[in-house]
Design a protein around this ligand. Structure first.
Ligand SMILES: NC(=O)c1ccc[n+]([C@@H]2O[C@H](COP(=O)([O-])OP(=O)(O)OC[C@H]3O[C@@H](n4cnc5c(N)ncnc54)[C@H](OP(=O)(O)O)[C@@H]3O)[C@@H](O)[C@H]2O)c1
Length: 291
């Protein structure tokens, strides 16, 4: 299998590139600003440059493109909405269309932030999207342009991604919590936000499994557990053997940020489990794997 992984310098992309290489796939990983240290072939690519993307097909016979590149700074997207639309909205559609012209599979990584977070239960893949900030709007546009450009594409929605990068360093929420606990700083964590955290290494395996099975449509990839950041932080601290008494209950309204966050974006993963014939990891399994 020959795969093109865009955004291979990012947290998810570096995990997808590493897992694909471990499986014996031929991998080209693209980076944007900074060349990452990866054990696979790399090339520079700005995904908003469709000609540059198309040129990669002149020298490689890819079976699949996995687009992990995105503008992921939620507040940055609020302040630079046009750029967010270009990177997260229009570019994925253009890449998907070029992949379709070459008869190649296309996987678009998307987000739980396409939902408004106003419901009590979990969101299923077919539920109506209604993003409430520019990041979510740009990613929802990306889903739409990808579906238009490549009707057989696979769209994989993740939630609250964390994990180890290609240097083995922990990134995301657990890195922030563990760092503060190591410095013995009290740490307020929200009790009024609900998420299904996604470990990048596990999501990389699942995404490649779904791609290998030529899955199409939209799927959710996340841990089984729907938790608050406070519960996530507490479980993490306990498993890491750190004192939990430094963790304090906080509320989303306590923090002033440019972009509003949805309250509940817990993803239903049953469809993914039945497609793969196995359960998605529990939060504890994922955190133990991280640690
Ligand atoms: N992080 C989360 O909590 C979360 C939650 C749900 C879904 N997701 C989705 O998961 C995917 C991966 O996220 P991540 O956490 O791995 O993000 P990340 O670590 O920020 O990586 C994103 C990568 O995209 C690259 N990129 C940005 N603009 C680009 C451009 N114009 N051309 C080419 N590459 C570009 C970045 O490279 P440079 O830094 O060099 O620009 C970066 O390496 C994204 O689709 C994101 O929307 C993330």
């Amino acid at each position: 299998m020959d795969v093109l992984v865009t955004g291979a310098g990012g947290l998810l992309g570096s995990n997808v590139a590493a897992v694909a290489a471990d499986r014996g796939y031929s991998v080209l990983g693209t980076y944007h600003n900074r060349e990452p240290e990866l054990d696979v072939e790399t090339a520079q690519l700005d995904i908003t440059d469709a000609d540059q993307f198309a040129e990669l097909f002149a020298t490689h016979a890819f079976d699949a493109v996995i687009n992990c590149a995105a503008m992921t700074d939620v507040d940055g997207c609020e302040q630079h909405s046009e750029q967010a639309r270009r990177v997260n909205g229009n570019a994925p559609g253009e890449m998907a269309s070029i992949a379709a012209q070459h008869g190649i599979d296309f996987v678009q990584i998307s987000t739980d932030y396409v939902f408004d977070g106003r419901r009590d239960g979990r969101y299923a893949p077919g539920d109506e999207t209604n993003p409430i900030q520019e990041y979510g709007r740009s990613k929802a546009l990306g889903e739409e342009t990808v579906r238009d450009g490549h009707p057989e594409a696979l769209i994989v929605r993740l939630s609250f991604v964390y994990g180890r990068n290609n240097q083995g360093t922990i990134e995301g929420f657990p890195a922030w919590v563990l760092d503060r606990l190591a410095r013995e700083e009290s740490t307020p964590l929200f009790t009024d936000q609900f998420i299904t955290p996604t470990r990048a290494g596990s999501a990389a395996e699942t995404t490649l499994d779904l791609s290998r099975e030529a899955t199409t449509g939209t799927v959710h990839v996340a841990a089984q557990d729907c938790v608050t950041p406070f519960e996530l932080g507490t479980t993490l601290a306990e498993l890491a053997g750190e004192p939990v008494d430094l963790l304090e209950e906080g509320r989303m309204a306590d923090v002033d940020r440019p972009a509003v966050r949805p309250k509940n974006t817990c993803l239903a993963v049953e469809q993914t489990e039945s497609l793969l014939g196995r359960a998605q990891p529990t939060l504890e399994e994922d955190l133990l794997a991280l640690l």
